[in-house]
Every structure is written in C-alpha cells, then in structure tokens.
Design a protein around this ligand. Structure first.
Ligand code: FMN
Length: 420
C-alpha cells in the first residue's frame, strides 16, 4: 500500500517530501512552523500579511506605532485616502521577516512566502511590487501568490535578478482562473513553477462563492491536470483543502498531483502562532461551529469558527495603524459598515457591526478564528487531558503522520503523561 513517502516533489534536480504547509496569515504559519517543514524535507510557508506588525512582534521594531503617530490626526475621519504605507518601511519589514527566517533554515526543504494579493494597502501595485521584491532580495526560496490573484504580478517582478531562479507559484480554484493567468503572462516567457489547486474545504479566504459545498477538490484537480496536458505544460500541481490524513494525501498523489498543501492540522501544533487558548477552541470545535460567511471586507467568502470574538464587534476602524485592506482609493467595506451603524445609533456607547469585520485588527489580535472545514476532526488527532483540554502536538509529529501513515490512520502523539 502506497504512502506519501513513496512520492517526491521534483523541482529540477531538487527532490522534496511532497508535503507543503500552507501559508496562514497573520503569522499563524510562523517562521518556526515553516522551518520545521523545511527541516523535515518539505516546504513551509511564512506569510507576509501585516508584515509590519509581524516584524514588530518578532524583532521589536516600532513600525506600527510610527505609522499610527504619523496619521493620528486622521483617526476620527472616515476618509482614509491619505493613510499610506511608507514603501521603504514595508520593504524593511519584509526583509526582516523573510531574511531572518531564511538565515535560520536547516535541512533540505524549502521556505516560501504566501503573498495575499488582496492586501491592497491603499496602493495595490506599488505595495505588491515592494513586498515581492523585498522577499526576493531577502533570499526567499519561493513565492506563492494567493487570494485576489493579480494577473499582472509576475510582471511586477520581471526586472528582479531572481525572477527566473526563485520558485514562483499561484493558487487557483479552477482551470479557468489558471488559463486566464497563463494567457495574461504569456509574453513574459516564464511559467509558474507550481500551481496550488485549492478546493472548497480550505481555511482562510475561499476562491468559491457561498455555494462552495457543491465543488470537489478531486474533480478540480482532474480538470486542471487535463488542461495542462492538453496545453502540453509540465507544471507541478499541488492539491489543497480538506486533506486530513496521509491516505487522503496519497490519493491525490496517485491521481497525479505532485504534492499536497495542508494547514488545518498544523493549527494545533506548538509551532503555530495562534495563542494556546485559541488552539483549544480549534480542538473543541464541532462541525456545527464552523461557517463560511461574507464578513471579510475583501469580498471573498471566509471560513471561521462561529465563536470568533471578532464577529459582530463594532470597533473603530484601525487603518492609521494597519490599513492593509484599503483599496486604491482608501476605502474598505468595514469602514462603510461601521459608519452606517454609527449613523443609525448616534448615542450608543458601543455599537455592533454584523455584516463585516475589521479584519486587520481582529486577525492581528487572533480574534477571527479562520479554519479549514476539517477542524472538527482535530480532537481525533490528540489526547484529551485530565483538565478537559487537548494535548498540543509537534509539527514534526503531524508532518510525519502525513508522510508515513496508511489506511486512514492518524497516529496519536506519545501522551503527555507518558512523556513526563
Ligand atoms: C488558520 C488558517 C489561515 C489561513 N490563511 C491563509 C492565508 O493567509 N493565505 C492563504 O493563501 N491561505 C490561507 N489559508 C489556507 C491554507 O494555506 C491552505 O491552503 C488550506 O487551508 C489547506 O487546507 P486544510 O487547511 O484543509 O489542510 C489558511 C488556512 C488556515 C487553516
């Protein structure tokens, strides 16, 4: 019986364990998590979402407070068009986060950065160009372009000396999106090095509508493989979304995928950036606790736990400190929803905004608990302890379980009692 370890992902001469730990912003897929995946011979992702905040937390820089100080005069205004990112600060924060991670890399695997293009940052083209080139400058092995895939983003890197040597890939949820991207980029004579095909069960933002449940990852992977074959293109396809066991992963590798991208199982690892209390919420969740909603100001559906504290919160938009979702004109759907509620309840001390959420603030504070559809199964991957909580896992344990398990089995860790 085959298992994941019988397969390898090939990038030219380089051979990797075909397990990719997906990017999880904001710093949920930490450098520590990505470094473990790389040490074990696979691919780990860090994320550049809200990278100035991440740099402050990791390296004690003061980028967020400096930005807030600069724009403090604007806090009470609903016009955020003047709130801009300083591009050199953005580059420095990216170089800190990426560069220090790459310096710490050990082993034969790779580290990629997940770059969510929907972070439009009040100047979409300029900020994206800076994020991409700073990551390349800092030695990242590869870049995965995600949510909001910008058809012109390869062109933003075309003059960078590493444009043809770094691994560049895209996330799509249909062969149509892939075809569009390839057509748009044909003149660059530079194909993606990998294509992540993300199905409807993934965490974070989805490339589907609220009718996500009628799609199936195996079918989409088949369609993408058939499209690539018809176009005579040999690009590794990485299947993502809802792959919970080694056997699930093996089925995709046997189908023709070159690797799998997984994330949800790692949300309860020591190395994951979620606070321990939140990890316990993921462990405890049942199927009924998970929903796909339209609360994200990006306009994309997002999956999360219904109990996320950020749902319904009516905090004042925090764009002077953050502002990652401001579009090219300085608008964000949360600002509109917030202003509407303030106008409706002028005397209220506290308001609630039910249809949108201030995603920057709540992701930064780990108050929107985005998760994959299989989160309710996490409790089956560990031991319940005497106090009712669940034993956290090491990333190595989870990685090896994907790599070596068969028969839909999930290896439990040595129990904490045994370890002690
Ligand atoms: C907590 C969490 C946060 C995520 N954040 C992002 C993100 O910032 N960008 C992105 O492209 N994908 C994000 N994802 C999607 C993962 O990278 C991955 O492709 C997907 O969740 C794999 O499916 P699985 O979680 O069922 O294993 C996130 C997933 C989770 C669980």
């Amino acid at each position: 019986m085959k298992r994941v370890d019988d397969f390898r992902l090939h990038f030219g001469k380089q051979e990797l364990v075909p397990i990719v730990v997906g990017g999880m912003g904001v710093d949920i897929s930490t450098a520590d998590l990505a470094l473990e995946a790389a040490r074990l011979g696979g691919i780990g992702h860090i994320s550049d979402a809200m990278v100035q905040t991440v740099s402050d937390q990791r390296f004690d820089t003061k980028f967020v407070s400096q930005k807030l100080k600069q724009y403090k005069h604007n806090v009470a205004s609903s016009d955020k068009s003047s709130v801009k990112f300083c591009l050199s600060t953005l580059a420095e924060a990216t170089r800190n986060h990426v560069g220090r991670t790459m310096e710490a890399k050990r082993g034969d695997g790779m580290i990629f950065v997940n770059c969510m293009e929907k972070l439009t940052m009040n100047a979409p083209g300029d900020t994206l160009r800076v994020r991409l080139s700073a990551a390349l400058d800092a030695g990242i092995d590869g870049i995965t372009l995600s949510a909001g895939l910008h058809l012109g983003s390869f062109a933003l890197m075309e003059d960078h000396p590493r444009f043809r040597d770094a691994k560049l890939g895209i996330i799509v949820s249909s062969p149509r999106a892939l075809a569009l991207f390839l057509r748009k980029n044909a003149r660059l004579n530079r194909l993606p090095d990998f294509i992540v095909v993300e199905g409807p069960l993934a965490g974070g933002h989805l490339g589907f509508g609220l009718d996500w449940a009628k799609y199936d990852l195996h079918t989409i992977v088949d369609e993408v493989l058939a499209y690539l074959k018809a176009e005579q293109l040999d690009i590794p396809v990485i299947a993502a979304g809802g792959i919970f066991t080694g056997s699930d992963a093996t089925a995709f590798l046997q189908q023709g995928a070159a690797a799998v991208q997984v994330a949800t199982r790692f949300t309860v690892s020591h190395e994951c950036g979620l606070p321990d209390k939140v990890k316990q919420e993921y462990f405890k969740a049942s199927d009924d606790d998970i929903e796909v909603n339209l609360l994200s100001p990006t306009g994309y559906p997002m999956r999360m736990l219904k109990g996320s504290p950020g749902i319904g919160a009516g905090i004042r938009p925090n764009c002077e400190a953050y502002g990652y979702l401001l579009d090219a004109k300085g608008n964000c759907a949360y600002i509109d929803a917030y202003n509407r509620e303030v106008a409706l309840h002028p005397d209220a001390k506290k308001i609630s905004v039910k249809d949108k959420t201030c995603l920057c603030t709540h992701m930064r504070n780990f108050d929107i608990w985005t998760c994959g559809q299989t989160t309710w199964r996490l409790k089956d991957t560990s031991h319940r302890l005497a106090d009712g909580s669940y034993q956290m896992l090491s990333a190595e344990h989870i990685f090896h379980d994907y790599q070596f398990s068969t028969d839909q089995k999930i290896a439990l860790p040595p129990s904490a009692a045994q370890v002690a």
